[in-house]
Write a new protein. Structure first.
Length: 168
């Protein structure tokens, strides 16, 4: 006789190295995805509240790179680098993000864009090389709150674009 059935749900092997942030954005998926593909859009919303973005170079294609500087509200500049690893329009973007091309602490992010009625659910899953680097990003750089603020800025930006498009 079989015993009681137990449901088990395995945590991903990377759970202690991950940050997962999601948000529903009141705009069509294609528009939300486009906001990630064109530098004219990215420079308008990328980064936490109070930060601005200055792009040095940008090539949105698999293997392409985005080199930019985040200017903090306190005047601190943060050199940033992203390599686009996989692009599946308008569903997914996978990227490697660090301070520079040779940053040994660079982390991977997987962004998914799913229709949610007329809106879009974006999920940003970031995996750090180690638990310690993840914890440092959370504690020292406020990565969770910064990620939420960044998606909030994206939501405001693309919702405004969608509204303006509907008015045209």
């Amino acid at each position: 006789m079989a015993g009681p059935r137990q449901e088990t749900r395995a945590e991903p092997a990377t759970a202690d190295r991950e940050i997962v942030i999601s948000r529903v954005i009141d705009a069509p998926r294609e528009l939300v995805f486009e906001a990630f593909t064109e530098v004219r859009h990215l420079s308008r919303w990328w980064g936490p509240q109070g930060f601005t973005t200055a792009t040095r170079s940008f090539e949105f294609r698999e293997g392409g790179e985005w080199v930019f500087v985040l200017h903090g509200p306190d005047g601190t500049d943060y050199s940033e680098w992203i390599r686009w690893l996989r692009i599946v329009p308008p569903e997914r973007i996978e990227l490697l993000h660090g301070e520079s091309r040779d940053d040994p602490n660079a982390f991977e992010s997987d962004l998914t864009f799913a229709p949610d009625g007329a809106a879009t659910r974006i999920v940003m899953r970031t995996v750090f090389p180690t638990k310690e680097l993840r914890d440092e990003a959370v504690e020292k750089y406020h990565a969770i709150e910064g990620g939420r603020q960044t998606l909030s800025s994206l939501a405001a930006y693309v919702s405004d674009l969608a509204r303006k498009g509907a008015e045209s």
